[in-house]
Ligand binder design. Sequence first.
Ligand code: PLP
Length: 212
Amino acid sequence: MANTARLVAVSKTKPSNDISALYDIGQRHFGENYVQEILAKVPELPSDINWHFIGHLQSQKVKQLIEGVPNLYVLETLDSKKLADKLNKTLQGLERNPLNVYLQVNTSDEDSKSGVSADYVPELFLYVKENCPYLKVLGLMTIGAPGDISCFDKLVSCRREICEAAGLDINDLELSMGMSGDFEEAIRKGSTSVRVGSIIFGARQYPTISVA
Ligand SMILES: *Cc1c(COP(=O)(O)O)cnc(C)c1O
């Protein structure tokens, strides 16, 4: 049987109207990168949207994100014990627990990309499992280097390693990988959740950055 994957529509920089249009034809999973932007959109949109936070999350914004997005489905970018502790502490006492997370893996060894190294993921996984009762690790996430599909193989082998170490079935952990340019290849490699933006919503216009 062919592998199937969930579609997460990445709506960063796009207006809530665009999200509504997709919602109206049945799409429920949406991804956002910036805390201020998701906080502005959430109250404008239906509460049964499943939001994925896919940007880098700074510790000092954890509380805002948790409180401002009651329908946060998953934080895809957990990449340190410190952030795990901060999230766990913030979630303590809330009724919505546990919060789903993916561990973000840097599969391309580029210093500019966030995520933990493949070698370190099993340690982070066990740390969260043992110390953070209000977090549930749903799976692994990677961005990867554009055009380098070996990044997907790396994420697949990370999952195998964790499942062996923790006594889990492979199907117990999701893989979030694949974007507009490579989602088909990612699904072939075993992705269970693809994050697709520009080919759905059109190219993004970023604010102009002036360089002195
Ligand atoms: C922007 C973004 C995407 C979507 O990228 P497209 O190339 O527009 O599909 C996916 N994942 C992450 C982490 C992103 O920041």
